[in-house]
Design a protein around this ligand. Sequence first.
Ligand code: ASP
Length: 594
Amino acid sequence: MSSWKRTHSCGELKASDSGKDAVLMGWVNGVRDLGGITFIDLRDRKGVTQVLVRPDAGQEVSGAAKKVGSEWVIAVRGKVARRDEATINPNLPTGEIEVVAGELQILSESKTPPFVPEEELNVGEEIRLRHRYLDLRRPVLLRNLAMRSRLALSARSYLDQQDFYEIETPFLTKSTPEGARDYLVPSRTQKGSFYALPQSPQLFKQLLMVAGFERYFQIVRCFRDEDLRADRQPEFTQIDIEMSFADQDDVFAVVEGLFVHMLGAVGIEASAPFPRLTWAEAMDRYGTDKPDLRYGLEIADVSKVFSGSGYGIFEKVIAGGGTVRAMVAPACSGYSRKDIDGLEKLAKSQGAAGLGWARWTDAELSSPMSKHVGEARLKEAFEQAKGGPGDLLLLVAGESRQASVVLGALRLEVARRENLAKPGTWRLAWITEFPLFEWNETSKQWTSSHHPFTSPHPDDLDRLESDPGSVRSLAYDVVACGYELGSGSIRIHRADVQSRIFRALGIEDEEAQAKFGFFLEALQYGAPPHGGIALGFDRIAMVAAGGTSLRDVIAFPKTTSALDLMAGSPSPVTEEQLRELGLALWKDPSKASG
Ligand code: ASP
């Protein structure tokens, strides 16, 4: 390495720096050899600066400049000069100047890279992930990870101001109760036994409350061995929070402040308090438990309008206890039959029998249903769904919740087509009062919607045994932009209530003891009332960066098959390693040959 000291980054020199001496170091972003003179675009994490090598630069500098290629690492010492008016590049922050090279050192050569790390790249993701260190040189990924860093640091400073302690919890631990498959780590010292990597620090953070820490947080990696989608990774990061002597309002106040602070640090406005919707309201009005509230498009119940209308399909649904639900697509009366057919296809893919519709143009109202139900009823339905001339009305009949879910999917599609979700605004909201249990058809059992340590709603406690499906919980989600960004709950802090929950879940005492005995024991030594939340940090960073894939905000992500293509993991281990762990690989007899 040269003894030179870097004086500036490649992103900061301006016309006012003209005449200054500068030493820049970075990667060669491009070279243009114009015969006598050579231009080198030099890049570091802050930007790109043009280096000019003049014909009179001297043999050593010119020779070196001729040799360098894409992604070589060089150091340049030279003078900052204002560019000729005609060659100023207004798109580049350093576009007014260039550095006239007096000396040039090659710090490191590069093989021809498999792709050039440009802002937009038309290269398959596989090759990008295989050479992730090159991919990460792309300005967009640099920006995303810089933003992620600001989000994390501002979360830490906010939680510190709020008197939270940052405490680490173990990675080599026991299965945690989030309901996904565990990643297992074999123990060498206890052959035949395994650690589980934590799906979350749930039990440990509750134990920290029993221990009396009162306010805990951790920006922590969690591991879940699930089938992956674009917005899931096998290892992911949560901002994990737990508070003692806190009710739902206390948790909400901390989290609202955290979001406002954190997003503010990256230039996104969010205002508190966040509106609150119960789960049932969210499902009815938006057809989802993670509504995007950047736009309206609310779903309305218009069953009354159509009951007694004589329209067979709707009448039958209403008579069977179902509803007719409607949504207005504003200013969409110009949708063609083809557009509407596309929406109907989507509705059917969500389980609807069909899609009713009416277009209200300024001139007329047109709908295949007009002749059956009459214009007046359709206009009334428009009105109830808060629509009018210029709009398109979409109608779905069916079991009430299912009809809402279908319209929820149409709502997203209309918003996408009409570009209704303005970037840069978040409209965060709380979803509360989730059902405590969900019925699992396969195992014919109730399972926890959140996890088994979630407190039932106190008003519903007496129905725990008689009507578990109707019991609400003190669980909540924070949502924005159509994403669930976090979920948490007020916990059970009494051993007797905890036992009733296990019973309702069909978990025998013995099983509960084996899985969570240490935790249940702790609950008997003075557990304060407590609650908390875990925020999906990768997802927050993804939405903040305007991305759609978690891989855009994780430095070294895995593919959807949970592979690390760069390091080549997972990978086989040696016989010796297996022996040490007391393991033999299972051979599937159905696949045995010969
Ligand atoms: N442990 C839960 C989760 O990871 C969050 C919580 O209840 O705090 O989803």
